[in-house]
Design a binder for this molecule. Structure first.
Ligand SMILES: [Zn+2]
Length: 507
């Protein structure tokens, strides 16, 4: 063999790795031509076990995790690229050990509600992605005939809203729309997902006519107080929406259903009962519901606005209890729901980091700083998931383990989007996607030149937060695309090397 020949394999080892879901010592061999794991040895082998010149690193005592699959990200390109984009959003993902992101069908223009929209997405994403990227399709009124073509074109699932989505081009669906969609997708290899908030009928209305309140519930109190916003989106919005979905589930008993960003613990018993009755339904929750609480959100700090809202500490405790159940938790996945916008649309008051509003305050009639009802909803966090989980667990003494994190954020998210034979696990035959995680190191979000905030707009509820646990390296299909302190590696010469995952789902 010529010494000038490029290496055919790369080797990563550690005394601590999550291999097929178990913590163990391991030496992982990745074939570079195919980008897949070709062998795993259950101990740390020395470099001399491999041909001379083989790239080899023993990462002990740091953890080797499967690359994270973030199954809920809004990249907003094309059309709202000033909010986020493929390049910045996926680079932020790479910096946090996320090796696959699945892009939501709304907030880009056009939305991904037909083949044209998907093609626009694919064209915009070409050569821009630092990690592998898949796409969801959207369910909107009247697009039922677009769904099977989107499945054939490789979408990873579908999402619909039961309440106003916040953007005009992605309207909510009614129960009648959902029924038609379920019949259409009943035998398809896909996942049907819902933003499950819905305005319940007013129960004490007089007479036979059911009355409906205006969305959201009319605010009672100052618009810049978080408690006013929280009260306007009560847990009954979630339980009502989920009951509605469950009432239709019999139309497609084989179809996988999924609730995105579950926030209200009150919905958990409904989902458990349905699962016990055989309904194929799962739920995800988000890093922010597991780490942030209503009690600590300052008035006007709209960086925390999202829908459904961040709820109380006791609600957060309930979500953790469910996640950490030893038996069948209804919450299978934890995702970011990274949904940024420009700082102007967040309407941050001058006292909040990231504020971009003119001072002195804008003229009469202009949008008011700190108004939770007018500010765009979304918490920027793609790439911060691992430290958010480990820090929140550490601060609250929760019995979290690396195996559990890998289940929620890698294996189960890959399964949710039909990539479980390729992503989400360190196993022979799977893609060589690896996150090297130092679970002891502490660092500050936004410190050291903006660490952890590589999104297009540097506004986040986590800015300034001291984190425990940091990602040291990220590998995608055997290439190191990220190294802490030596950023912008990409697939060599700083080129992003992510591929677009647009094969048809098989399951
Ligand atoms: Zn979302």
């Amino acid at each position: 063999m010529s010494t000038l020949q490029a290496p055919q394999i790369t080797v990563l080892a550690s005394s601590r790795a999550i291999i097929s879901g178990e913590l163990t010592a391991a030496t992982i061999v990745i074939s570079l031509p195919i980008g897949r794991i070709t062998s795993i040895f259950p101990s740390v082998l020395p470099p001399t076990a491999f041909p001379f010149g083989t790239p080899y690193t023993d990462h002990t005592p740091h953890l080797l995790l499967p690359g994270l699959v973030d199954a809920h990200v809004h990249l907003n390109e094309p059309g709202r690229t000033e909010w986020e984009g493929f390049y910045t959003g996926t680079q932020a993902a790479a910096s946090g050990g996320v090796t696959t992101v699945i892009d939501m069908p709304l907030n880009a223009i056009p939305p991904t509600t037909n083949l044209h929209g998907l093609r626009e997405k694919i064209a915009a994403a070409q050569s821009q992605c630092w990690v592998d990227v898949g796409f969801y399709g959207g369910i909107v009124p009247g697009n039922v005939h677009e769904l099977k073509p989107l499945i054939r074109a490789g979408v990873r699932g579908f999402k619909g809203f039961l309440i106003d989505s916040g953007v005009a081009e992605f309207p909510a669906v009614s129960s009648a729309d959902i029924a038609v969609v379920m019949e259409e997708l009943a035998d398809e290899p896909t996942t049907l997902m819902f933003h499950a908030e819905m305005i319940p009928p007013i129960s004490d209305s007089a007479g036979d006519d059911v009355q409906w309140s205006l969305p959201p519930l009319t605010p009672i109190g100052p618009l810049n107080e978080y408690k006013t916003f929280l009260a306007s989106r009560p847990t009954s919005f979630e339980t009502y929406a989920i009951s509605e979905i469950l009432s239709l589930a019999h139309l497609a008993p084989e179809l996988q259903l999924h609730i995105v960003h579950l926030s209200a613990v009150e919905a958990i018993p409904l989902l458990r009962e349905a699962r016990e009755a055989g309904v194929r339904i799962t739920a995800e929750t988000c890093f922010h519901y597991l780490a942030l609480t209503a009690e600590k959100i300052k008035d006007g700090d709209t960086r925390h606005k999202c829908c459904p809202p961040i709820r109380t500490q006791s609600n957060q405790d309930g979500l953790w209890d469910e996640l950490l159940r030893e038996d069948d938790s209804v919450i299978k996945t934890v995702v970011s729901d990274h949904s940024p916008c420009t700082p102007e649309l967040k309407l941050l008051p001058p006292s909040i980091p990231g504020n971009q509003l003119p001072t002195p305050p804008p003229e009469e009639g202009a949008k008011q700083a700190g108004d939770f009802f007018t500010a765009w909803g979304g918490v920027s966090s793609v790439g911060l998931g691992l430290p958010i989980l480990t820090t929140s667990a550490y601060e609250n003494n929760r019995p979290i383990t690396a195996e559990k994190i890998a289940k929620w954020c890698c294996e189960n998210t890959a399964k949710q989007v039909g990539l479980e034979k390729r992503k989400g696990k360190l196993a022979v035959g799977w893609d060589g996607d690896v996150c090297v995680f130092d679970d002891e190191a502490t660092w500050v979000v936004g410190g050291n030149g903006g660490e952890g905030m590589l999104w297009r707009n540097k506004v986040s509820a986590y800015a300034g937060k001291r984190m425990r646990g940091c990602v040291r390296e990220t590998w995608v299909r055997g290439r190191k695309v990220w190294e802490r302190g030596a950023d912008r590696l990409g697939f060599g010469e700083g080129k992003p090397g992510g591929v677009l995952l647009v094969e048809k789902r098989q399951n």
